[in-house]
Ligand binder design. Structure first.
Ligand code: NI
Length: 246
């Protein structure tokens, strides 16, 4: 169930039986020569909606622009400053909490969001804990990175081995190919497996990783692999959501 496709009366009725909501968060940033700019938002949104259907939970609108300053050396990439993203996440949680939502389950598609979203959770908790009444009713937030569930780790190892890498991975590119076959891109990847390493800011990233990939060979992505990865992520996160929300 998507929040955007409900009426307010339907949301009111939902709250009588559940206090949980799923919030997809991604990024709008380069994903190498054959990866879509929207990869992280597209994957997080589709997996979140799949989980929402599996567990009967509401799914909030996707936060499609994340913390991606390190990708700004590549055309089309957009970022929110950490302080902006903290404010966005906090305002979304507190808007929903006003209506009675208490459990906020973020499904994340972008590693660069982790520190900032975690900081946003701390801001929410701090504001609540500093009140005399404390965090009551208790708001609880959870961030799950869809690519880091145990089943996805095993599957990406089986499908791609060490060529999974850490950015513009064959796993995430495959999921977008499954979801948007009309947008599959062909590109020559040289070297096939991109270099690994570190970076600081956007210029440093571009210098170290000239085509945008880190450690990956997204040429191995196929829509069929993407379907398996999508289904595994939905199943694992649905089980996690069920046990977390109760
Ligand atoms: Ni990504």
């Amino acid at each position: 169930m998507q929040l955007q496709l409900c009426t307010w009366q339907e949301v009111e009725a939902y709250l009588a039986k559940s206090r949980g909501i799923i919030l997809p968060i991604g990024s709008t940033e380069q994903h190498g020569p054959n990866g879509l700019i929207g990869t992280d938002a597209i994957t997080a949104e589709a997996i979140a909606r799949g989980v929402g259907e599996a567990v009967g939970a509401l799914v909030a609108p996707t936060i499609a622009v994340g913390m991606a300053q390190h990708h700004l050396g590549f055309c089309g990439s957009m970022t929110l400053r950490p302080s902006t993203l903290i404010a966005v996440v906090r305002d979304m949680i507190e808007s929903l909490a006003r209506h009675g939502f208490e459990r906020f389950y973020f499904i994340n598609g972008h590693g660069g969001n982790i520190a900032t979203v975690t900081a946003a959770f701390s801001e929410v908790y701090a504001a609540r804990s500093l009140q005399a009444a404390g965090n009551a009713p208790p708001l609880v937030c959870r961030l799950k990175n869809w690519w880091q569930t145990p089943g996805i780790g095993a599957l990406s190892k089986e499908l791609f081995g060490d060529a999974e890498g850490s950015h513009a991975t064959p796993s995430e590119v495959a999921v977008t190919q499954f979801l948007y076959p009309q947008a599959i891109k062909k590109a020559s990847l040289d070297p096939p497996v991109a270099p690994k390493g570190d970076f600081a800011d956007a210029a440093d990233y571009r210098r170290n990783f000239p085509d945008g990939r880190i450690g990956s060979n997204p040429g191995l992505a196929t829509p069929e692999h993407g379907k398996r990865i999508y289904e595994t992520a939905v199943a694992e996160l649905a089980a996690d959501y069920r046990s977390w929300v109760g």
